[in-house]
Design a binder for this molecule. Structure first.
Ligand SMILES: [Zn+2]
Ligand SMILES: [Zn+2]
Length: 139
């Protein structure tokens, strides 16, 4: 059993194949129909406009795109990597595969650098303390 937060009502529910909790499922279906209808009528809309036209939240459109419920070429092509402009594979992060890998490496590097910095500061602190100690002795 995996409890997740329902994206619609923010209540916890047991995530099976459903994206939203059982209570919100009818609303989700209605929104899905609305988005489908809008995309059938005007397939060239991007995610933002489609959401506005269908009067559903952009999060709802993105959720359905992520799950492959709606596979509109224009919608997916409009989500470009925020770093290099290549088509994004992660709609939520707006990153392409290459940049997603790079980002993971950068995060790992940054984390190890933080650790190094901490060590250096401790060493300098110890050095100052030691120097102060010897100065006091001299007086
Ligand atoms: Zn819900
Ligand atoms: Zn990229």
């Amino acid at each position: 059993m995996t409890l997740v937060c329902c994206p619609r009502c923010k209540k916890l529910f047991d995530k099976g194949v459903a994206l939203v909790c059982p209570k919100c499922q009818p609303d989700e279906n209605t929104d899905y129909e609305k988005i489908r209808a809008v995309l059938d009528r005007s397939p060239h809309l991007n995610a933002e406009t489609a959401a506005a036209e269908a009067e559903v939240s952009i999060a709802c459109v993105m959720r359905m795109l992520d799950e492959g419920l709606i596979a509109n070429v224009n919608l997916t092509e409009n989500v470009k990597c925020g770093r290099c402009g290549a088509p994004a594979i992660s709609l939520a992060k707006k990153l392409c595969k290459a940049c997603l890998d790079k980002l993971n490496i950068e995060v790992a590097m940054a984390q190890s650098q933080i650790k190094l910095k901490d060590k250096k500061q401790i060493q300098i602190g110890d050095y100052l303390k030691a120097r102060k100690g010897s100065e006091n002795k001299r007086r």
